[in-house]
Every structure is written in C-alpha cells, then in structure tokens.
Design a protein around this ligand. Structure first.
Ligand code: SF4
Length: 356
C-alpha cells in the first residue's frame, strides 16, 4: 500500500529518502515542496530527480482532504465541510473555516471529529467524540484551504485551533502538525499568529508550556465560579477553576506573549456586572486579555446577551485594568461562527438579533 506522506516530519522524510537509497537531503527537498510550496503532485516537484518523482508516485501518496461541501457567507467567510476517509474505517466529517480580512486571513481548524468535552453551549458537543484526527488531517486542512484561496491570499495567515475538538486531548498529532506549521522551513507561520484554544485540560496546558515550539494559548473560561462553570463545562469537575488558573499563572509566557481567556457571554447566565467583577478579580493579576464572545444563535437553549450587557461587561473589565475585546463572530449565516461547528448540512435562516 502506498505510504501517506502528508503530516510526516522532516526527520521522517529524510529517513524515507535514505530508505529509498537517496541522500537524506532529498527528504528535506520533499518537505520544502510539500509544506513551503504547497506542491501536492510528485511529478511537479522539479527540485527532485525524475526517477525519484516516478518512484514516489508509485510508492507514496499525498492525500489532501477533499471538501464535500462549501458554504460561503455574506461576509466572505467560507465554511468547508471535509469528509475524511481511512482504510477500514467509516468516513468522518469535520469543518474548517476561512475568514478573509483586509490584510490577513484566519483559518479555524478542527483537531478531532466531534468532541467529548461536552460544553453545553457548543454544537460540536452534540456529536460526541467520533475520533482523533491525524497530524496529516490537521495540517491538510490548512494546506488545502490556503491552496484553494491562493490567488486572494493576504501576507499574513492566522490559524486558530478552535474548530471541532479539544486540541489538548489529541496532543501528539496536534503538536506534530503545529511543529510543521510553525517551522520556518515548513509552512512557516509565526507563533504569534497561531492560537491553540483549550477548554482547560490542565495536564495538557502544563505539557504545552514545556514545548520549545508552541503556539499562543487561549483558555475557554466562560464562568467565574465552579458551580457556574461546571454546569456549562463539565470538564470543570475534573479541572476546577483554582487548578486551571494556577496552571495559567505558572504558564511560561514568552516576552511578547499574553494569555487569552475566552468568555462566551450567555445572556442571563454569565453576563451580569457581578460576573464581570468576579472575572476581573480572577484574571486581573495575569498577563492576559479577555476575548468576549456574544453567544451565537443556534439550536441550543441559551440567549444572546443584549448589546448593552456586552458593553457593560467590557466596560467593567476595562475599568479594572483588564484588556478586553469583543469578538464579532463571522459566518453566522453558514453556521461557521464560534460554537456552531457540528457538520450541519442544513443551514437555518439567520436568527433574529434577540435570540440565539
Ligand atoms: S467548546 Fe470546544 S471543547 Fe467544548 S465541546 Fe465544543 S469543541 Fe469541545
């Protein structure tokens, strides 16, 4: 059976070259063609000798994910629905979102098909965990989407690991993919432009902090007491707020780096002035920013916070010296916004502003 090369590291490709009787540097050339140039056809890898290209075409393969559907939002956001197949396994569907902006593009990628963490405000949770993605499947989303938009790409690419799945529960594959994404000789993204978002898997946060190559870290907080958090994020029973914030305090930030706390504002649940004051107290001593995310309309039983509540929440945080921004979700009309990724093929009409 042909060997899959997508997701292989530099060391693995060098070893492959040697196993084929070639010098190791041929593996390096293959790595460059694949990840830096996004060249997915062996025949077109003109930096390799013809005989090697022919042999790779026979004995190896590069399987980019193929979009099954593509939904384009009125705001330019594109939600891709990928169908991934592996021998002897049922196909799974995952999603990737492409968000073009004036001077950059942001890709939101999945790290698992479905998710086991069961956050109550997230549509992905309704799928349960289907399976972990491989490093090649994680990387493949970035390569495929960048390639499809090649002509319109802006100089800066941001990647956020905020699609389906909890990245720190698929640690090895996620880190392998990240090392290739962040390698200047690989995909070449800046660690300042790549963010891993976690629901608060404390051992994973501690492990990530020890990695020489790592993205920025975002923690999905969403509540200010254990009782409130455990109700919407059952993972809090395993890693309660004290433990999570302690891991955040000990996280070794690089000089240029801040932690991000994501806070999904659920109308009437966690969006009061008292919540904002408690949040400021919890994170005020950390080098961080808070990203407020007004909850997106969907089929789950929560309400969208009113604009006044969002503004008040941000104002209180700012007054207490906490940097706080409001994330205006994109692609809501194609179910591409935060918390909406659940491989839905039926697109509901946009919900009225007062509900979600
Ligand atoms: S918010 Fe993230 S961690 Fe929580 S259920 Fe959804 S995908 Fe999983």
């Amino acid at each position: 059976m042909a060997q899959e090369l997508l997701g292989q590291t530099l060391e693995q490709l060098r070893a492959l070259a040697v196993s084929l009787g070639e010098p190791a540097y041929r593996g390096q050339q293959l790595y460059h063609a694949l990840y830096a140039e996004r060249q997915f056809d062996f025949a077109a890898m003109t930096n390799l000798p013809v005989a090697l290209r022919a042999r790779l075409s026979r004995e190896a393969c590069l399987t980019l994910p193929e979009p099954e559907r593509r939904y384009v939002s009125a705001d330019g956001t594109v939600r891709y629905l990928f169908r991934l197949e592996r021998a002897a396994e049922a196909a799974v569907r995952i999603e990737t979102v492409f968000m073009p902006e004036v001077s950059r593009q942001t890709l939101c990628i999945s790290t698992q098909a479905g998710c086991a963490v069961n956050c109550q405000f997230c549509l992905t949770a309704t799928l349960g965990l289907v399976r972990n993605l491989t490093a090649g499947e994680i990387l493949g989303q970035v390569l495929c989407v960048l390639e499809r938009h090649r002509a319109e790409l802006r100089p800066q690419t941001n990647v956020v690991l905020m699609g389906q799945g909890e990245p720190l529960l698929n640690y090895e594959a996620v880190l392998t993919a990240l090392r290739i994404l962040l390698d200047p000789h690989g995909v070449g993204l800046s660690p300042r432009h790549v963010t891993l978002s976690t629901s608060g898997i404390v051992p994973g946060i501690e492990r990530l902090g020890q990695e020489p190559v790592r993205p920025k870290l975002a923690v999905s907080l969403n509540a200010t007491t254990n009782e409130q958090r455990s109700r919407i994020m059952p993972i809090n029973r395993k890693y309660p707020l004290e433990q999570l914030l302690d891991a955040c305090r000990r996280y070794p930030l690089r000089p240029w780096e801040r932690l991000t706390f994501e806070y999904v504002l659920l109308g009437g649940y966690n969006d009061t002035a008292a919540d904002a004051r408690r949040l400021a107290k919890l994170v005020g001593q950390l080098k961080c920013k808070v990203n407020l995310i007004p909850w997106n309309p969907g089929t789950l039983p929560f309400e969208r916070p009113t604009p006044e509540r969002v503004e008040q929440f941000q104002r209180i945080l700012t007054a207490k010296g906490v940097l706080a921004t409001v994330r205006h979700s994109r692609g809501q009309d194609v179910m591409a916004a935060c918390g909406q990724l659940a491989s839905l093929e039926v697109i509901p009409p946009p919900a009225p502003a007062s509900t979600r």
